[in-house]
Design a protein around this ligand. Sequence first.
Ligand SMILES: *Cc1c(COP(=O)(O)O)cnc(C)c1O
Length: 430
Amino acid sequence: MILPSHLSVRGGHLYIGEHDTVALAERFGTPLYVTSEDRVRENFRRLSGALSAHYGKVRVLYAAKANGNLAIFRTLASMGAGSDVFSAGEVALALAAGMRPELLLFNGSSKSPADLALAVEKGIRVSVDSPDELRQLDRAAGAAGRTVDIAFRVNPAIDVPTHPKIATGLATSKFGIPAEEILGTYREALAAEHVNPVGVHCHIGSQILAVEPFAREVDVLIDLAADLLDIGVDLSFIDIGGGLGIPYRRETDRAPTPEEYAGAVMPVFLEGIRDLGIEPELWVEPGRWLVADSTVLLSRVNSVKTAHKTFANVDAGFNLLIRPTMYDSYHEVVAANRADAPAVREYSIAGPICETGDVLAKDRMLPELAAGDIVAMLDAGAYGFAMSSQYNSRPRCAEVLLAGEKAALMRRAETIDDLTAPMATPPWQE
Ligand SMILES: *Cc1c(COP(=O)(O)O)cnc(C)c1O
């Protein structure tokens, strides 16, 4: 298998950087998420560098939902990243990690009054998703005696080649304001007293393995910017969202490099703004690309069973990695303690959850597996732990962060007490 450069096989074991994953599984227990901080830094430098090579005014806003561990926020904050945030929790994490409020964009199609008040209070720009939200935000800002800088989330009606659940720029999506209504909405914002329309925002979807949809998206945004200029909007940023995909099928997927992405997007952007005579910042919101390949999910084989096919039953299920169940996603599987043994048998990797759909990987040729072996699911750093749950009353597992020779918990494993702690006894049951 073609491994990313921070993964290797030494003495039959899978390594992340200088760390033996089998030793990490022994030391910290399984299931276990293990993240390379060095890889997150390398990814950030690569993507940000590819875009900045074309234009000096690029800002990278990490899409917080991909991986919500505070240690990941700290890593990215230290590199100068801002964050695309969707909730009060994500705001709190980004600020706790040291990101300045002006480097955040508060997104979402269903913000509560408390969300809007928080954005006003902290001075965070808001990507407004409807005229209704615009009016609410204007009132909230007015009540606080403030003015809020905003963008509108534009629905570009672009079809992208990805899983339907993560295509967000379709005309039928719940996100964004339809193209035919967008100018009217900006006009309303220009007339409003306590909001200041300074940006446009778009995000066409996730895990996109072609660059052409991004170039089309930028083209749509530049056309819109021209209309906005005409009605008197002074644009300080154009936010093209995230969505760049990664090669989960490491043998066969062809994923665009950041340089190819920048090479497709930046000329359209630069020519567009030059023609308009404006110099707005370009914002991007990568989530997956920054963190997905930094992380493996380690699990231990509990038992092996041959029924209509052969199952390796492991201790991690869709409670910890729901992508295969939810999006039919593919993650490469490595037998971490037999990583150089020949692949001799087809296994499906099944979790401990009481659901037929709890299969992390289907029909993979792997070395002979036995109880006690360690199985690694690759590319688990985005929408992995972040989408985990306590389903089947299973405490969530620990997360370990690696940096050079160092390894430490960035989240302890939950205990049974963590499951029951928030529960309350209704008085009639006492
Ligand atoms: C999820 C999301 C992103 C990140 O998407 P990736 O595919 O992880 O890069 C960026 N912007 C918005 C608005 C999102 O909802």
